[in-house]
Design a protein around this ligand. Structure first.
Ligand SMILES: Cc1cc2nc3c(=O)[nH]c(=O)nc-3n(C[C@H](O)[C@H](O)[C@H](O)COP(=O)(O)OP(=O)(O)OC[C@H]3O[C@@H](n4cnc5c(N)ncnc54)[C@H](O)[C@@H]3O)c2cc1C
Length: 506
């Protein structure tokens, strides 16, 4: 909260910015928090831009100051303060009205132009209702902005087929750290295009993205099956992601769960609706503390005969070796499937879990290390669960464009591991500090045992940590920073670079 004199000074200063949008010095606390709930860094002010011109004005204003920083804030769903700017300026990018600006036919196929601050859930509903088309690659939860996920990668059960969201955009409009508004793509200003994708907000603020779309199906058959052995789970999951398109599902994910009847961590977390029953006998059949659920989905259209869909599903499942009697399936509308986490969000909001801290840890673990990871982490450190999903599923590296800023472990196949911890403020559970310590323990165990992995949605406090993360890409990353944000104004919450204190461009 600013003192009154501070506010006067701030008002005078910001008059210089000549904004069409607005600036708020008072109600800024929300921008000093995020979904993680682990850090708090209130900004000096929050800007609500009316468009790219305002964003450019804010950056140019910050350039003239000795130490102001600027953070684009999408929906603030980061875990470690990545969208914050301590005593700096936060640009509130979220703009539901920007969900779809235009439908375009490009050389690469059909696409939609969407604002950087649009929420993916709005992009979905508008694309489907207005055009009957839908983006190809998603995240599990869609209350995230286009600019926020493109700054990381954007992964989900479609990534094995289409690559991450960063592989599904053909053009961006970006306001760089020098205040310039630049259109970039593979063929035009390509260096900026690829550095911004997965670039952790370091090189520019995405104000528009051209996202590839395809005809949307009407319906989805959503299926879960269970494995007691990790090697059988991985063999089937890897087989599904490497088969030709016609011989596989449209969505492939998976998760580990505790072999118990605990409602959150155990067997009940596998069921897709309350009508489904689970058999206590399942638990006894395996001595393993942890079991594995393969989650797949098949698209179809309302006109498709149900027996045809059943036959296709049976044929695809017939080649898998899951535990007998552990097949759970439901049919639902395509939009409801993609918005499936929204229902969980509603419940978690109602019982206070959504707003409690979330010490999440996300990793990409190479196929060569995933069995060791299972042994050391799932079966040992996390054998009692984490109070939320422990996602683990494979994806193919060849679907990722290596020219983006995202860094991956070695090998063609690697696994996404997402430890999505939820803490219940009303129940006796481990302290947040203990959970953060457990995350460190997991990372240390991976390092000590020589596992090949990279952090997804990375977070380091030291330059050494970032250098190791980027490996031989570090010098390129630094070079791009000096080119597109030479004063290190942007995304200070990532803690990669320190604001250059000398007075910059006028
Ligand atoms: C409930 C939940 C579910 C999730 N599920 C998935 C999932 O399935 N798959 C997945 O890949 N990720 C998932 N994530 C992680 C999510 O993709 C990232 O945390 C993402 O950054 C959040 O988007 P946001 O709009 O809230 O970004 P913010 O947290 O607001 O910002 C993230 C970073 O991007 C920068 N940034 C924001 N907007 C822009 C912009 N327009 N231009 C440039 N930089 C910008 C910020 O400065 C910051 O550094 C999930 C997160 C949550 C909380």
């Amino acid at each position: 909260m600013l003192q009154q004199e501070d506010e006067e000074v701030a008002r005078r200063l910001f008059q210089d910015m000549d904004l069409e949008g607005s600036i708020d010095y008072r109600s800024t606390a929300f921008a000093g928090r995020d979904f993680g709930g682990l850090h708090a860094s209130p900004p000096f002010a929050v800007v609500r831009p009316s468009g790219s011109r305002d964003i450019s004005s804010v950056i140019r204003f910050a350039l003239k100051s000795p130490n102001l920083t600027v953070a684009a804030r999408g929906n603030g769903h980061s875990i470690n303060g990545q969208a914050m700017a301590n005593r700096g300026l936060v640009i509130d990018m979220k703009r539901p009205s920007d969900a779809v600006i235009d439908f375009v036919r490009s050389d690469a196929g059909f696409a939609v132009d969407v604002g950087g601050g649009a929420l993916w859930e709005d992009v979905l509903t508008r694309c489907v209702s207005e055009f009957g088309f839908s983006p190809r690659s998603w995240t599990d939860y869609l209350g995230l902005t286009v600019g926020g996920t493109l700054s990381n990668a954007g992964v989900s059960g479609q990534t094995f087929r289409y690559g991450p969201q960063t592989s599904n955009v053909t053009e961006l409009e970006v306001v760089t750290g020098t205040g310039d508004t630049v259109i970039c793509s593979d063929g035009q200003n390509s260096e900026l295009f690829f550095s911004v994708l997965g670039g952790l907000g370091q090189f520019g603020i995405i104000t528009r993205a051209r996202v590839l779309v395809q005809p949307a199906p009407n319906m989805v058959r959503w299926i879960r099956v269970v494995y007691s052995e990790f090697d059988e789970f991985t063999r089937d999951a890897e087989s599904l992601i490497t088969r030709p398109e016609r011989e596989s599902f449209d969505y492939v994910e998976g998760f580990a769960f505790v072999n118990s009847d605990d409602p959150v961590n155990g067997w009940p977390s596998v069921l897709l609706n309350p009508d489904q029953l689970w058999d206590t006998g399942f638990m006894i059949r395996s001595a393993s503390p942890v079991l594995y659920c393969l989650e797949v989905a098949l698209h179809y259209n309302k006109g498709d005969c149900s027996s045809t869909v059943d036959t296709r599903v049976e044929r695809l499942l017939g080649r898998l070796r899951f535990m007998e009697d552990t097949l759970f399936q439901v049919d639902l509308n395509y939009i409801d499937f993609l918005l499936r986490v929204k229902e969980a969000e509603k419940q978690a909001k109602a019982n206070g879990i959504w707003d409690a801290p979330h010490p999440w840890l996300n990793l990409f673990v190479s196929k060569t290390s995933i069995e060791d990871f299972d042994r050391l982490v799932f079966k040992e450190i996390l054998k009692d669960g984490i109070g939320g999903p422990m996602l683990v599923y494979p994806i193919s590296r060849s679907k990722w464009d290596e020219r983006t800023s995202v860094v991956l472990p070695d090998g063609e196949i690697f696994y996404i591991v997402a430890l999505l911890r939820f803490t219940n403020p009303y129940q006796k559970s481990p302290s947040v500090r203990d959970l953060v310590a457990q995350n460190h323990e997991i990372i240390e165990a991976c390092v000590r045992n020589g596992l090949d992995f990279k952090l997804y949605l990375p977070h380091y406090n030291t330059e050494e940590g970032w250098k190791q993360h980027f490996g031989d890409r570090w010098s390129w990353f630094e070079e791009m920073k000096s080119k597109y944000d030479p004063m290190a104004i942007l995304a200070p919450g990532q803690k990669i670079f320190t604001r250059n204190p000398s007075c910059g461009i006028n």
